[in-house]
Structure formats: C-alpha cells, structure tokens
Design a binder for this molecule. Structure first.
Ligand code: FES
Length: 156
C-alpha cells in the first residue's frame, strides 16, 4: 500500500496538471519507486487517489515497459538488445549475465537480488553495448566489466 508521503506527493503531482490523466506517468513512476513494482492493489490505490478508474490507470501502466507489472529483484538489470548494442555483442552480454546469474531473461535470482530483462534502445548507442541497473547506466560492456559490476552489487 502507498505511504502517506507518497499519497501526498501524488496529490501534488495531480494538482500540477489540468487533467489527472496527464499526471499518470510521474505518479506511476513515484508509486513504482516506493514499491519496486505496480501490483494490482497499488494501481487501484493510485486510481482512487487520482479520481480515475482502475482501467484508465491499468492501461497506462501496461502500455509502458518501464513499469514493472510483476515483482522484480533488488537490482533490475536491463540489457539493450537493439541494433547498435546487438552489432557490438549484446547477445554475448545477455548470455554472460544468464550464466553468471543462473537465470533466464525475465527471471529473478532465488535470493531476490537480480532480475534480468532485455530492453529496446536505452538512448546511449554511442557507448554500446549498454545495460541499465536500476537508475545507473553501465556502458561499453565486456564480460570482465559485468563480473566486476555484479561483484560490486553483491557487496552492497
Ligand atoms: S541500441 Fe543500445 S543504447 Fe541504443
């Protein structure tokens, strides 16, 4: 369930726009930041606070891939597999991550630490291959870099 602080911030966001629909992207981002994903219960709560129907809120949440509709690990690893990254070895990066994490794309490690996803262009084609872990970009990836990144994340 949303915290009182989150509800208050949602009200502030709602007040900035002429129609509540217009505030849904930042509101859903806020709700996801608090919970890590958007459960049906959270979506219903957002709808209630926004004065919208659950269908309106659900349709926006399901349209944008940046919104997680299932629980994810502490670290959401999103590997770009679009053209520039593919040309520079994104498939090898994904295979390496699958081996190192012991999971397939779309899965979460049993300890709940990592979820692995393939995504479209992350807008950093000049530093391909690229992955995003939560809010951090990792660029010019190699297998060795990935091993260092995973080791560092496991130590946190
Ligand atoms: S193609 Fe990977 S960041 Fe653009």
């Amino acid at each position: 369930m949303l915290s009182d602080k989150a509800k208050s911030e949602i009200q502030q966001l709602k007040a900035r726009y002429p129609h509540p629909n217009s505030a849904l992207l930042p509101v859903l981002a806020l709700a996801q930041k608090e919970h890590g994903w958007l459960s049906p219960e959270v979506l219903e709560e957002v709808a209630e606070v926004m004065g919208l129907s659950p269908a309106q809120v659900g349709s926006v949440a399901s349209f944008y891939t940046m919104f997680n509709r299932r629980p994810v690990g502490k670290y959401l690893v999103q590997v770009c597999t679009n053209v520039a990254c593919s040309l520079l070895g994104a498939e090898h990066i994904v295979e390496h991550l699958k081996r190192q994490l012991g999971i397939n794309v779309g899965e979460t490690t049993p300890d709940g630490l990592f979820t692995l996803l393939e995504v479209e262009c992350l807008g950093s084609c000049g530093t391909a291959p690229v992955m995003q872990v939560n809010d951090t970009y990792y660029e010019n990836l190699t297998a060795e870099k990935i091993d260092q990144i995973l080791a560092e994340l496991r130590r946190r």
